[in-house]
Design a protein around this ligand. Structure first.
Ligand SMILES: Cc1cc2nc3c(=O)[nH]c(=O)nc-3n(C[C@H](O)[C@H](O)[C@H](O)COP(=O)(O)OP(=O)(O)OC[C@H]3O[C@@H](n4cnc5c(N)ncnc54)[C@H](O)[C@@H]3O)c2cc1C
Length: 447
């Protein structure tokens, strides 16, 4: 297995649990990929994902790894805000709240009623999220809620993201029920087991607890600081994998090869098997994101900081995409009497932002969040992390690109792919997909 982010770690762990001698190599000195929790000056910082939504598989995994007693749940009713007209306005989270909300105009509300009572058919071709929302609802819904929500997940551009790939449930709902709302309700009813609202979670010592627990279980089956430099295929169908680390290079041969690497690496490695792999994989765009964590004295913040955080519609003209109120969600994120906030800047609509210097980013974020949060003084702590390739973009044509890759993979029995560009970037989706791949590999080896 190649790539020790959450996808690779979970897949390797599941394989070893099934009695398969999986070996995982990770190029960087630490496992976890973009999941990285660090403590600085008494602040517990998440340099990548800030929290994750619970899913049944994740919950089971935490029990299995013996870390469920370390799980923290964000307050389930913490409000989420959008910044409209310089004010933080609560996002309506239930249908009655939505119909009562002054965030949404009456023509958007009518469009929802039309969706519930009427019937529509999605277009044959791939449709962007923006075109979908304008066709079904309204430009206002796109600007105020859907656009900010899309930046919260993908740091993406709704004009380019494919609704079918990025939000497949919405596409399926319209296709099967002729209505988004009826289709989503039908889908919720068809789910097995008790209905539960996904809850945002982390661990007492940060998201990296999950990574550390998986790495501990893998033990010597995980080799960090080891990069896969090349892959070739032998006449007997096995893969020859060239590894490089500080002490030199070696080559190993394997019957099954699972790549859990980002698409640029995956494309390059696989191009030595077939050059046609490179084009569909390297044409998957990634958003660059700067993660800016700021610590304030609570007495210097006028806002009550109650809630999950806020998102910023692009029409607000700010560069901050959104901010998470870390110390309001989980205990132990900031020293006594201080608050920790993490903001995201950049994304596909503002690629230049992630090229700014850390001091410029700190000043920009402080300046932009000061008014809505009534900050009285400068932050007393700051940390900036820039991810040049933070999140894969499920843009128009993503489905065709993945189909081309799957078709090529089928010519190489024993080759499998897992990772956040396949079934959703959320940690829960990566875990689900990695477990499915492990199960397919297990079945394949048992044949
Ligand atoms: C800023 C940010 C905020 C996010 N926020 C959230 C959130 O709030 N909630 C949520 O659920 N998700 C969030 N996500 C998304 C989620 O964290 C990621 O999609 C997920 O962690 C990706 O895991 P992965 O294993 O697929 O990929 P990665 O974490 O990218 O792992 C790939 C691994 O492959 C390794 N590798 C690369 N090349 C080689 C090579 N040649 N040889 C060996 N190893 C190699 C890399 O070093 C890396 O460790 C966020 C992501 C980012 C960046």
């Amino acid at each position: 297995m190649v790539g020790g982010g959450i996808s690779g770690l979970v897949c390797a762990y599941a394989l070893r649990k099934a009695g398969i001698d999986a070996q995982l190599v990770e190029s960087s000195p630490r496992p976890g990929g973009v999941i990285n929790s660090v403590t600085r000056d008494g602040y517990l910082l998440e340099l990548g994902p800030q929290s994750f939504s619970s899913t049944p598989a994740l919950r089971e995994l935490c029990v299995d790894l013996g870390i469920s007693d370390q799980v923290l749940q964000a307050p389930p009713h913490a409000p989420r805000y959008v910044l409209i007209g310089g004010q933080l306005r609560p996002v309506p989270l239930s249908p009655p709240a939505f119909f009562m909300s002054s965030l949404i105009n009456s023509s958007t509300k009518w469009a929802l009623v039309r969706d519930i009572l009427g019937k529509s058919i999605p277009p044959d071709g791939d449709e962007s999220v923006a075109a979908f929302v304008r066709r079904k609802f309204s430009p206002q819904l796109l600007d105020r809620l859907v656009g900010p929500f899309v930046s919260g997940i993908y740091a993406g551009d709704p004009e380019r993201l494919s609704v079918r790939s990025a939000f497949p449930q919405l596409y399926e709902a319209e296709k099967t029920a002729g209505s988004i709302i009826r289709g989503m309700l039908r889908l919720a009813k068809s789910r097995k087991g008790p209905r539960e609202r996904p809850v945002l979670q982390s661990f007492r010592e940060g998201n990296e607890t999950l990574v550390r627990a998986l790495a501990n279980k893998l033990g010597s089956a995980l080799q960090t600081g080891t990069k896969v430099a090349d892959i070739s295929r032998q006449n007997d169908g096995t893969f020859q994998v060239s590894l490089q680390n500080r002490t030199g290079s070696e080559s190993i041969s394997t019957k099954s090869l699972i790549l859990a690497t980002p698409t640029d690496v995956t494309g390059k490695l696989l191009s030595s098997l077939d050059s046609s792999f490179e084009s569909p994989l390297s044409s998957i765009d990634y958003a660059a994101v700067a993660v800016v964590s700021l610590g304030y004295r609570k007495q210097d913040v006028g806002h009550g900081l109650d809630g999950f955080g806020f998102l910023v519609p692009r029409s607000a003209g700010l560069r901050v995409l959104g901010s998470v109120l870390n110390s309001s969600l989980f205990p132990g994120r900031a020293p006594e009497g201080h608050a920790l906030l993490t903001s995201f800047v950049g994304g596909t609509t503002d690629p230049a932002a992630a090229k700014l210097q850390p001091e410029e980013l700190v000043s920009l974020v402080h300046h932009e969040i000061s008014a809505p949060l009534s900050m009285k003084r400068e932050p007393v702590f700051s940390n900036v992390t820039i991810w040049p390739r933070a999140l894969p973009q499920y843009n128009l044509g993503h489905g065709d690109r993945l189909a081309a890759v799957a078709n090529l993979c089928s010519r190489f029995p024993g080759l499998w792919l897992t990772g956040n560009y396949l079934r959703g970037p959320a940690i829960g989706s990566c875990v689900d997909q990695a477990l499915e791949v492990a199960e397919e590999v297990r079945k394949n080896l048992a044949q």
